[in-house]
Design a protein. Structure first.
Length: 272
């Protein structure tokens, strides 16, 4: 009887979740080979499978506690703390910032998160199985490595400072894009191979104006720190771009005249 009741509840949940996203498809989820009842849905418009944070957390880490605090969902379970806020394109886990390829949404009071991002927070890997149209998850240690053991403190500081100084008024993804430019330069043979070296590079003149006017030394905003963390996680939103500028504030247009255009985010134009 309890099993039947549980299945009925799951069925009702799936109806509610799929009704909350136009064109959504109820999607099976397997953890280590066993199907779990979490109420996952595939949103084909953004090619993303969403899972409800509460049900998924209970399944992948039995004993997890999920609460609602200061306008966000919070998961706590031993060595792991996760926070997720509706509308964000990321979740935070143990001080790290994990990119969600689609925005976090709320359906009938449930916070829904892209499954790959939430799986990573639990140190698990999620993949799509075309043959069964399902999500397959492999458990890891149960908790992502904390920020203090993952990020290099100096790299994080300087990347956050340049992001803040160059793009404080830009949207969050614009901040991430500025950080991407710095890291793309680190990987390019045309530029120094450290974050600090790229920021203060003067081989062909001042590369970043905040190093000349002193803004580079200001305390970075909290959002800029999050953007820097996301970059250091490997998230790239602007491809191979090596340059950016705000044409409304620039006096030198060499970049626009000599480099291939990539995209615009906020007030910045990005070039490879």
């Amino acid at each position: 009887m309890k099993k039947i009741a549980a299945l009925c509840a799951l069925f009702a949940t799936l109806i509610a979740f799929t009704a909350g996203i136009a064109g959504a498809i109820a999607t099976p989820v397997y953890i280590d080979g066993a199907e779990i009842p979490v109420g996952a849905v595939l949103d084909k418009s953004v090619d993303t499978t969403y899972v409800p944070i509460r049900a998924f957390s209970y399944q992948i880490r039995p004993g997890a506690k999920v609460s609602w605090e200061w306008g966000q969902a919070v998961v706590r379970c031993g060595n792991l703390t996760i926070t997720a806020r509706e509308g964000n394109r990321y979740i935070e886990a143990n001080g790290r910032v994990i990119y969600a390829r689609a925005p976090i949404i709320s359906i009938n009071g449930s916070i829904m998160i892209p499954v790959r991002a939430l799986s990573k927070a639990f140190d698990a890997t999620a993949s799509w199985d075309d043959a069964t149209a399902s999500v397959r998850i492999r458990r890891g240690s149960g908790a992502i490595l904390p920020a203090e053991k993952f990020y290099n403190a100096d790299d994080l500081l300087w990347l956050a400072r340049i992001i803040s100084a160059e793009s404080e008024a830009e949207p969050f993804m614009g901040k991430v894009a500025v950080g991407n430019v710095v890291l793309n330069r680190v990987r390019s043979p045309e530029f120094p191979d450290t974050i600090w070296g790229v920021i203060f590079d003067r081989k062909w003149g001042v590369q970043f104006e905040p190093t000349a006017n002193g803004r580079i030394y200001l305390e970075p905003t909290a959002e800029s720190v999050r953007a820097a963390k996301m970059c250091l996680e490997g998230t790239n939103v602007i491809g191979d771009s090596l340059y950016f500028l705000n044409p409304a504030k620039s006096s030198n247009f060499w970049i626009m005249q000599n480099r291939p255009y990539v995209a615009a985010i906020g007030e910045h134009l990005f070039y490879a």
